[in-house]
Design a protein around this ligand. Structure first.
Ligand code: Q9C
Ligand code: ZN
Length: 709
C-alpha cells in the first residue's frame, strides 16, 4: 500500500541503503530483551453459574492449568512479571459506549436470575457478579502489556486473561467476550502513544467480528483473522466473515479474512496462510506494534475448532511475526477450550517470545485443497489494495471444492466417528514426551578483529586451529583461494564450528571466509560426510543428516557434485542462470537481491520451499558482492530459524564482517533492531520471474501453491 511501483527508484536507492545499513550495525544499542507475562488469579473468579452447554467450556481452569504448566516448564521464572490492573471506565470507552459500560457495571449487584436474563439479550454470553471487575482487569492487563512494550521496558509479552475480548462490540457482549481487550489496546496505542500503524493478528478459530467492526473503516489498524467458517454455517455465521469483506471506505484493504471452509486444518495450512497472505501484507504495512488475539481453539484437540494444528505450530506463527514492528509483539489470550492443548500451545508461544529456538514442524507439508481455495480467494480480493500482491494473476475460485479439508485418508462420513479418540491419543503422545529444547548456543568462527563487537552472551568463539594440507586437500580440493596460511586457519575454524553444529553441541553459528564459494564446498562436503555418522543425543541412536538446505545469496560457484546431490537443496538468489531442477533452484541476476524482489522471493519462494523441505540444517551463504540490505539479511536469518529448529550456519565473505554483530544477535533470538521501513515492490519483470519459478516448482514443492490450479 505504501511505496511505489517504480523499479527505477528502488534500484537507485539500493546501494546507499545497503551501506548505511551495514554502518548502522556497528553502533546499535542493544534492544530491550525481556518478555513480559501478565496473569492475575482474580481473573479466575468469573464462572458460569447456571446450566448452559454453549458457555460451559469457558472455565477458570483455562487460566489456572495454563499458568501451572508455564510454571512447571520454568517459563514463568524467565519472564518479567508485570502486575495487572483494572482499566478505567474512560479506557473502556475508547471502544465501548458509556451505556453499555453502565449495563455491565450493573451486573455486580444482580441476582443469578437477573444475570441470566441479561445474558439472554446477547449471543453466547454469561455474566457473574465478578464479570465487571474481571473484564476490567482483562482490559487493564492488556494495557499494562502494551504500555510496557511501547515504553521499551520489555521487548514483547503475553497476557493471560479472562474473559476474552474479540467478539465484544461497542454495545454488546458476544461469544464469552465482555470488553474487547485487544481493540481497546489498539485504540490506546493510537491515542496515548501516537502509533499510526497497528497490526492485529487474530489466530483464534472464531472470527473476531467485534474487532473487525471497531476498525473496519480505520486504515491505521490492519486486522487479520482466520476462522472456521464452513461456508457461513459455523458460528457466528456472518456474511462479513468471508474473504471478500476487506473493510469499508478509507479502511478498504485493511481487513483480511481467511475463512476455513473445512475442519481438520493442519500445520501446513496455517503456515501457508501466514507465508502467502499475512506476511506479504504485514511487511508492506510495516506495523509499529503487533497485537495477537491469541486464541488457541485453533489448536489440535479443541472441541470448538476441530482443527489439527499441533502446539509447535504456534511457535512458528509467533516466529514469523517477530521480525515485524522491531519485535514489539503483545499476545493476548482469547479462546482455547481443550485444557491440555491450550496450556501446551501457550507454552510454545511464550518460549518463542523468549527467544528459544522453535521445535520442528511435524506433519505432511502440503496444504489441503480447501485451504488453497481460501488462499487464492483472499489474495484475489486484496490485489487492488496491496502492491505486494499486484503481480497476482489468478482470480477467485469459481467452483469451490466439495472435498473435506483434511487430505488424510478417512472419508467424510468417517470423520466424526473416532476423531476424538485419534486426537486424544495423538495429544497423549505429544504430551508424554515433554519438549526439551537446547539452550540457545551460538558459535563464531571469525577473525580476531571481531573481538571488539558487542556480541550476545552464551557465545562460543572458535580459536585458531590450522587445517593440515591433507585436510585441506580432502575438504577444499586444494582450491587456489586456500593456499595462504590465514585461509587455512579460517577453514580450520569453520570446520571446528560446523562439527559442533552437526554433533549438536551448539545450535547455530557464523563463519567468515576469504572465499565463501570454497568454504561453502567445504561445509557441504563436511556436512554430508559427518552427517552420515552423526549420533543423535536426543534419541540415542545413530541418525543421518539427510536434508541440508543451502540458501546462497549472490554469485557463488557450487561444484557439480554438490548440485542435485539429493541430500542438498540449493536455493541460489542473485547468481548465475541455470535451468532449475527440484533441488537446485536459481533466481538469477543481481536484480533478484534488490529489496522489493528479495522480499517477494523470501515469502513466496524461499520460506515455502524451506518449510516444505524440512531440513535438518540451514546454511545461509552471503557471496561476494551480495548486495542485500543488512536488514534483509537479518530478516532472512530470523525467518529461516523456523524450518530447521534454529539449526543454522551463516557463512559470510570476510568483506561482510561488520554484519557479524547484528547476525549473532539475530541467531540468539533478538528482534530486528529497526522497522522494515518504506516498502518497495518488485519490478514487474522480477515479479514475473519469481511467479514463473514458483509455478514451475509447485508440483515438487506444494507449499509454493497459492491457487488450486
Ligand atoms: N457450537 C471465543 O473463543 N459458541 N469465543 C459457538 C458453536 C460460541 C467463542 C457455538 C463460541 C464463542 C473467545
Ligand atoms: Zn474462539
Amino acid at each position: 500500500m505504501r511505496g511505489g511501483w517504480e523499479a527505477g527508484r528502488t534500484r537507485r536507492l539500493r546501494s546507499s541503503t545497503a551501506r548505511a545499513g551495514i554502518r548502522m550495525a556497528e553502533n546499535r544499542p542493544p534492544r530491550p530483551q525481556g518478555t513480559a507475562l501478565i496473569y492475575d488469579k482474580d481473573m479466575t473468579r468469573v464462572r458460569l453459574l447456571w446450566d448452559d452447554p454453549e458457555c460451559g467450556i469457558e472455565v477458570p481452569e483455562r487460566l489456572t492449568s495454563t499458568y501451572a504448566r508455564l510454571s512447571h516448564r520454568g517459563l514463568v521464572q524467565r519472564c518479567v512479571r508485570l502486575p495487572a490492573r483494572e482499566a478505567t471506565e474512560e479506557e473502556l470507552e475508547l471502544v465501548h459506549s458509556p451505556e453499555y459500560v453502565a449495563v455491565v457495571k450493573g451486573t455486580q449487584t444482580m441476582s443469578k436470575e437477573e444475570l441470566q436474563t441479561l445474558a439472554q439479550q446477547y449471543d453466547a454470553v454469561y455474566f457473574h457478579p465478578s464479570t465487571f471487575p474481571c473484564a476490567r482487569m482483562a482490559v487493564g492487563a492488556t494495557l499494562q502489556l502494551v504500555d510496557a512494550v511501547l515504553t521499551g521496558a520489555v521487548g514483547n509479552g503475553m497476557a493471560l486473561v479472562r474473559p476474552p475480548g474479540h467478539h465484544s462490540q461497542r454495545d454488546a457482549a458476544n461469544g464469552f467476550c465482555v470488553f474487547n481487550n485487544v481493540a481497546i489496546a489498539a485504540e490506546h496505542a493510537k491515542r496515548r502513544h501516537g502509533l499510526q500503524r497497528i497490526l492485529i493478528v487474530d489466530w483464534d478459530i472464531h472470527h473476531g467480528q467485534g474487532t473487525q467492526r471497531v476498525f473496519e473503516s480505520d486504515p491505521s489498524v490492519l486486522y487479520f483473522s482466520w476462522h472456521r467458517y464452513e461456508h457461513q454455517s459455523f458460528w457466528p455465521r456472518l456474511r462479513e466473515s468471508d474473504y471478500d469483506a476487506v473493510g469499508q471506505g478509507p479502511g478498504r484493504g485493511f481487513t483480511v479474512n481467511v475463512p476455513w471452509n473445512k475442519v481438520g486444518m493442519r500445520n501446513a495450512d496455517y503456515v501457508s496462510v501466514f507465508l502467502h497472505v499475512l506476511l506479504p501484507l504485514a511487511i508492506e504495512f510495516d506495523p509499529e506494534l503487533v497485537l495477537v488475539s491469541a486464541g488457541f481453539d485453533s489448536g489440535i484437540g479443541d472441541p470448538e475448532g476441530q482443527m489439527k494444528a499441533t502446539p509447535e505450530c504456534f511457535a512458528h506463527l509467533t516466529l514469523l511475526l517477530l521480525p515485524l514492528a522491531r519485535g514489539r509483539l503483545c499476545a493476548v489470550l482469547e479462546g482455547g477450550y481443550h485444557l491440555q492443548s491450550l496450556a501446551e500451545c501457550v507454552c510454545l508461544t511464550l518460549q518463542t517470545l523468549l527467544g528459544d529456538p522453535v521445535p520442528p514442524l511435524s506433519g505432511d507439508p502440503t496444504p489441503c485443497l480447501s485451504a488453497l481455495e481460501s488462499i487464492q480467494n483472499v489474495r484475489a480480493a486484496h490485489v487492488p489494495h496491496w502492491a505486494s500482491l499486484r503481480h497476482e494473476e489468478t482470480g477467485p475460485v469459481l467452483t469451490p471444492s466439495t472435498q473435506r479439508g483434511d487430505t488424510g485418508a478417512s472419508l467424510l462420513g468417517a470423520q466424526s466417528l473416532g476423531t476424538t479418540d485419534r486426537v486424544g491419543s495423538l495429544l497423549d503422545k505429544l504430551l508424554s514426551c515433554p519438549i526439551s529444547l537446547p539452550y540457545p548456543d551460538i558459535g563464531l568462527a571469525v577473525p580476531d578483529s571481531a573481538a571488539s563487537f558487542n556480541l550476545p552472551p552464551a557465545l562460543l568463539q572458535e580459536k585458531d586451529v590450522a587445517l593440515s594440507k591433507e585436510e585441506a586437500a580432502t575438504w577444499a580440493r586444494l582450491d587456489s583461494a586456500f593456499t595462504e596460511d590465514q585461509a587455512f586457519a579460517d577453514l580450520g575454524k569453520l570446520l571446528a564450528l560446523l562439527d559442533k553444529i552437526l554433533t549438536g553441541q551448539i545450535r547455530a553459528g557464523i563463519a567468515v571466509s576469504p572465499s565463501v564459494s570454497a568454504a561453502l564446498a567445504v561445509a557441504l562436503r563436511r556436512g554430508l560426510s559427518l552427517g552420515a555418522q552423526r549420533c543423535d543425543p536426543d534419541i540415542g541412536i545413530r541418525s543421518v543428516f539427510s536434508r541440508l538446505l543451502c540458501v546462497a545469496i549472490g554469485d557463488l560457484d557450487v561444484p557439480e557434485d554438490l548440485r542435485d546431490n539429493g541430500q542438498i537443496l540449493l536455493l541460489n538468489i542473485g547468481g548465475k542462470e541455470t535451468a532449475p531442477t527440484p533441488t537446485c533452484i536459481c533466481l538469477a541476476g543481481h536484480e533478484a537481491t534488490e529489496p522489493g524482489a528479495f522480499l517477494l522471493a523470501l515469502t513466496s519462494l524461499i520460506l515455502p520451499v524451506a518449510y516444505n523441505f524440512q531440513p535438518e540444517l540451514v546454511l545461509v551463504v552471503l557471496g561476494p558482492g551480495c548486495s542485500l540490505r543488512s536488514l534483509d539479511v537479518e530478516l532472512l536469518t530470523r525467518l529461516l530459524q523456523g524450518p530447521a529448529a534454529g539449526r543454522m550456519l551463516l557463512l559470510l565473505q570476510n568483506s561482510e564482517l561488520p554484519l557479524v554483530e547484528a547476525l549473532a544477535w539475530a541467531l540468539a533470538g533478538r528482534a530486528l533492531p529497526s522497522a522494515l521501513g518504506p516498502f518497495f515492490s518488485a519490478s514487474p519483470k522480477q515479479a514475473l520471474a519469481v511467479t514463473h519459478l514458483c509455478r514451475q516448482l509447485q508440483l515438487d514443492w506444494p507449499m509454493l501453491q497459492v491457487s488450486v490450479t
